[in-house]
Design a binder for this molecule. Sequence first.
Ligand code: FA5
Length: 355
Amino acid sequence: MNDKLLVVKEDVDRLIATAIQEIGTAESSKALQDIRVKYTGKKGELTQISKQMKDLEKDEKPVLGQLINEFHQTFNKTIERKQEEVTQKELAAQLASESMDISLPGRRQNFGTRHLLTQTREDLEDLFLGMGYQVIEGPEVELDSYNFEKMNLPKNHPARDMQDTFYISEEVLLRTHTSPVQARAMEKHDFEKNGPLKMVSPGKVFRRDNDDATHSHQFHQLEGLLVAEKITMADLKGTLLQFAKAFFGEEREIRLRPSFFSFTEPSVEVDVSCFKCGGQGCGICKGTGWIEVLGAGLVHPNVLEMSGIDSTKYSGFAFGVGIDRVAMLKHNVDDIRHFYQNDLRFLTQFKGGQN
Ligand code: FA5
């Protein structure tokens, strides 16, 4: 080995010795990266030594190449081993500094609530299911024949004016009440096979009404219908009294006032004794002690006959509750429009569901 090569070899040996020492004292990934650059980077110390290759004899060049390779092997192995150690330490330090306080309260999940109208509808359904009624739904887009004609309201009948609606065509409209479901259910019912017909039908209805605090052009009703033999006003009154007590409170009483509906005869408006003042008179009952909640009556024989039922054998009662109206009364809601404005400050006040 001639002198030049000897000197270069000594340089490489010294370099690997100092590199190993520096790696040994490095404390961080950053320090190790700096060492890598310092020794093997483009302007690194090993690169400087490699430049001496050109001054060596031809047969000496592979010897230097070999030395440089050995340097890389030792250097890389040492630095990798150290890197593992440093990474462990850094991770431990990070975990220690980021430790969390498990005694802190968690972030509360914000559960939604069912809309008050849905809660009220379900409460009413449960109540009548408990009395042996079945729930039957009908279409919101209805035929004129079911909405009016089979409800004893022939074309041009003046009482149609009270329930003007949105027409899709001459014969197709948005239903103005849930009463047409009466006709749909009666047509299908088989008394021989299934006994009396007892059903309630909740759902959306539509009217060309001007919106105000108690009226909306879209609202909800719950229809009730019972058809069997020998049904009288006493059955109707008993059923509605049970409903009033279950829905508004055990102390409630009801009273019936004569009214007119083309599909019932006789027809009544039903008032419930005021649940706020107990009948003394207050703001809610407008000083009368009574609050009107629904329309009802005995099913008109024409309606039974038009639905294929023998009115000499069967009779029935029907009623129609405004779901929005009873929800407002029960929960002291002062404007029906609150139900349709999707204001969470209003909606989230009603977290219940059952009576
Ligand atoms: C009817 O719709 C009858 N079909 C009810 C009925 C059924 C009577 C079976 C007899 C037998 P009326 O138009 O009165 O009746 O409406 C019934 C209830 O719906 C009212 O008592 C009221 O609570 C509610 N209602 C009526 N119009 C509106 C409206 N624009 N906005 C909100 N609720 C309304």
